[in-house]
Design a protein around this ligand. Structure first.
Ligand code: 5GP
Length: 179
């Protein structure tokens, strides 16, 4: 375990097992289709690659980077596109892949955008869900693990751009935040 991690919440083995299960489930759901899998940068990339390796249907991959603006202490909920897709969404079966859903604002924005762009269907798969943090009316179709309202890092999730490359999800020691 990394010496700045206080505890591991979800082990590498548990994550890999979950990717296998979710991949099998999604393969059935998309059988005979050619979904457009959209990873939300940067956090979703480790999950996206592990999950999609477990899918047997043909699929296309693309990436989108969005940022949320936070005014003062409160999150304004304003989402801005930093990198848009290279692929047309119209008529496509879109599978949005996220690392974690907290307030749900990022996904609410993306779902509205892909509806506006006339996707044929939209599904959300997230590795982690923090249901207690929710303010937007959004629900994932497939959730890997529910996590408590704690700040987690690893497997794509960062603190100041670090820890994304950990193979597990964990909680940092308080002193890392200067606490
Ligand atoms: P939402 O729009 O659902 O509030 O934001 C989701 C985004 O917030 C995630 O993609 C992630 O970047 C960030 N986020 C939410 N909770 C956590 C957390 O516990 N740890 C980290 N590292 N990022 C988080």
């Amino acid at each position: 375990m990394h010496n700045e991690i206080e505890k591991v919440l979800i082990s590498e083995e548990e994550i890999q097992e979950k990717c296998k299960e979710m991949g099998a489930e999604l393969s059935k759901e998309y059988e005979g289709h050619f979904p457009l899998a959209i990873g939300v940068l940067k956090g979703a990339t480790p999950f996206m690659t592990d999950l999609l390796k477990r899918m047997e249907t043909h699929l296309e991959m693309d990436f989108m980077d969005v940022s949320s603006y936070h005014g003062g202490m409160e999150s304004s909920g304003e989402v801005k596109i930093v990198k848009d897709l290279d692929t047309k969404v119209e008529g496509r079966d879109v599978l949005i892949i996220e690392d974690i859903i907290d307030s749900g604002r990022t996904l609410a924005y993306l779902v509205d955008l892909f509806k506006y762009r006339k996707a044929n269907s939209i599904k959300i798969v997230t590795l982690l869900d923090k249901p207690t943090g929710r303010s937007a009316d959004i629900k994932a179709d497939t959730v890997g693990f529910e996590v408590p309202d704690e700040f987690v890092v690893g497997y794509g999730l960062d603190y100041q751009e670090k820890y994304r490359n950990l193979p597990y999800v964990g909680v940092l020691k308080p002193e890392v935040y200067g606490g």
